[in-house]
Write a protein that binds this ligand. Structure first.
Ligand code: AMP
Length: 183
């Protein structure tokens, strides 16, 4: 039986968003991407969006409370299961999320790490052309990932729920590897 409470972990440009969308469509899960939700706030021009935009354009992390409030609203509404993409991104967010999930009795079942080398990541991001996909910002996002997010790998490994797959290659190949890992 496929798990229905998932977390996708991996550096920016690893293909988390693309792969998360595919898996969610196939399995009917709620796709919760904090990056997408923040970009939505930015395009709506909300106060939250205005504050977030300045930080996102530098490739830094938006405040833990802001992202938590966004996730909290959505998670409590989902009954089918969910896939977290881009959250949590530091150990404080891990703690906040664990408390939230404990309260709603919905622990994470599997954390999937998408692994890929820096050169491929940079290349993919540059060809994507998002506003925060400029070379200096990309460099900073990779540094932020290394410093703040990569410690999550050991955390979830220690909990015994981490699986990793190779994120190189085309979308379909990676999708197949993910399904194999999740089944
Ligand atoms: P992403 O689409 O996941 O690459 O996220 C784009 C940007 O949104 C990041 O570089 C951060 O500035 C911000 N962001 C997304 N998710 C988070 C999060 N969980 N915590 C803090 N900032 C985030």
């Amino acid at each position: 039986m496929m798990k229905n409470r998932l977390l996708f972990l991996g550096p920016p440009g690893a293909g988390k968003g693309t792969q998360a969308s595919l898996i969610c469509k196939e399995k009917g899960l709620l796709h919760l991407s904090t990056g997408d939700l923040l970009r939505e706030e930015v395009s709506l021009g909300t106060q939250l969006g205005k504050e977030a935009e300045l930080i996102m354009n530098k490739g830094e992390l938006v405040s833990d409370q802001i992202v938590l409030s966004i996730v909290e609203k959505k998670l409590s509404k989902s009954s089918q299961g969910w896939l977290l993409d881009g959250f949590p991104r530091n150990l404080m967010q891990v703690e906040l999320l664990e408390k939230l999930l404990k309260d709603i009795h919905q622990p994470i079942q599997t954390v999937l790490l998408i692994e890929i080398d820096d050169e491929t990541l940079t290349h993919r991001m540059l060809s994507r052309g998002r506003k925060d996909d400029k070379e200096d910002v990309i460099r900073n996002r990779l540094k932020v990932y290394r410093d703040k997010t990569s410690p999550l790998v050991n955390h979830y490994m220690d909990l015994g729920i981490l699986k990793s797959i190779n994120g190189c290659g085309n979308i379909e190949d990676v999708n197949n590897r993910i399904k194999e890992a999740l089944n």
